[in-house]
Design a protein. Structure first.
Length: 419
């Protein structure tokens, strides 16, 4: 590999590391005959770093030159940093070379904006199109859509990419305009709408025409920066809840604010990335998507911030003692799912196991229920009393609070056991 290519790779991989919206996809792409690579099951994310980031993708920018001057971005126009740009051909060759060396199984492609959004999208589109059509690459491709790009270019990108993303970055319009004067929410929501429209149209086409190509089979995702502005967890999660009502939105990612431009007075002074808050938002997000919680049960006017000392499911249970105790041997699956310490897998096992006899604490322990949490909120065979009546909310809170662990470091099946 040429020294010049290695230098570009070093610069552009470093520039791409702050975008976290590239975890597992849930897609399955049918392999082309005589092609190379594959995307299957939970995407290509077979290995994770300690904080949950996928390491199986070539995560790269086409260029870190950018017309915009966003206060929170390392690649902002006014920063004096090393700049580089790949040609589409160079990036295609690099991706194939890395795949053949077994370094990667897919590509996450983003870019700074050069000339205008459509020009940038055209160059990115050329990369993924050549990978699919010339090199017959079957691996997972996640492409970041450029705000302001035309609907036609978004459609073309979706024919070759497994997932498309458009990052919201700042939750409210006023704060976005303050930190990123070149952007507005309309230019971000517009391509989101294009992706959704094309996905729905593609779904109807595939009903009529069996061999119609798939459009962005893994849907779309977005990213919100946490801690750069003064939005509350309530504002962030209410926005998240609205986004999940879009049929095409698969994941909202939360990125703790990293002070890469500490000289900018518009940004807060922070010494550590707000990981605990980021993790609690991921846990709350999990409750919204899989545990049938309403956003107003997790955050509301009275509780606008998530408790950093305990996960949101436990915090909700302590605030709502009227829903307990839950009788493990009689309650519905949905009710059992709300007990702290009982996750999706455990709840299903409980409902299945109790068909064969009444469950006691030992049976729950064998199933995998975290009784340290659950025993305060349940009754079952052999229990003499309801534990929550014997303990104050403060006692439960103190005895069960623990240091936050990165929610992204767990596999999906592990998360279902923990919450």
């Amino acid at each position: 590999m040429k020294d010049s290519t290695l230098k570009k790779l070093e610069i552009l991989a470093e520039s791409a590391k702050y975008d976290v919206s590239c975890a597992s996809s849930g897609t399955s792409r049918k392999n082309m005959k005589n092609g190379i690579g594959s995307a299957h099951g939970w995407g290509i994310c077979h290995s994770f770093t300690g904080d949950g980031r996928c390491v199986a993708l070539l995560k790269i920018m086409l260029t870190n030159f950018c017309l915009y001057d966003c206060a929170y971005c390392i690649n902002r126009q006014s920063n004096d940093i090393p700049r580089a740009a790949f040609s589409p051909k160079e990036l295609v060759e690099l991706t194939i070379e890395f795949y053949r060396r077994n370094y990667i199984e897919g590509l996450f492609l983003s870019s700074g904006i050069i000339k205008n959004p459509d020009h940038t999208m055209e160059r990115m589109l050329r990369v993924i199109k050549d990978l699919r059509t010339i090199h017959r690459f079957n691996g997972y491709i996640h492409m970041k859509t450029i705000p302001g790009a035309s609907s036609e270019l978004v459609y073309q990108a979706g024919l070759y990419a497994d997932r498309l993303s458009v990052n919201l970055e700042i939750p409210t319009e006023a704060n976005l305009k303050r930190l990123a004067p070149d952007k507005d929410h309309q230019s971000i929501y517009l391509p989101m709408g294009h992706i959704q429209q094309h996905l729905l149209q593609n779904k109807e086409e595939r009903k009529k025409f069996r061999h119609a190509p798939k459009f962005a089979a893994a849907g779309q995702s977005t990213q919100i920066i946490v801690g750069a502005t003064d939005e509350s967890d309530k504002q962030i999660l209410q926005l998240t809840s609205k986004l999940y009502k879009r049929p095409s939105m698969k994941r909202v990612y939360y990125s703790g604010f990293v002070p890469v431009n500490s000289y900018d007075k518009r940004l807060p002074v922070v010494h550590d990335v707000p990981r605990q808050r980021e993790n609690r938002l991921y846990q709350a997000d999990w409750l919204l998507r899989f545990y049938h919680f309403d956003v107003n049960e997790i955050v509301n006017d009275q509780y606008q911030q998530l408790d950093l000392n305990m996960d949101p499911k436990l915090a909700w249970a302590i605030r709502n003692p009227q829903y307990f105790p839950v009788d493990i041997n009689r309650a519905s699956y949905e009710t059992i799912l709300r007990v702290p310490g009982i996750g999706i897998k455990s709840a299903k096992l409980i409902v299945s196991a109790r068909r064969h006899g009444r469950l006691n604490l030992e049976a729950l322990r064998r199933i995998g229920v975290v009784l340290k949490r659950a025993h305060f909120f349940i009754v079952c065979a052999g229990m003499k009393s309801f534990k929550m009546q014997e303990a104050s909310a403060d006692y439960i809170r103190i005895s069960l609070q623990e240091p936050a662990k990165s929610i992204e470091s767990f596999q999906p099946q592990q998360l279902s056991m923990l919450l």
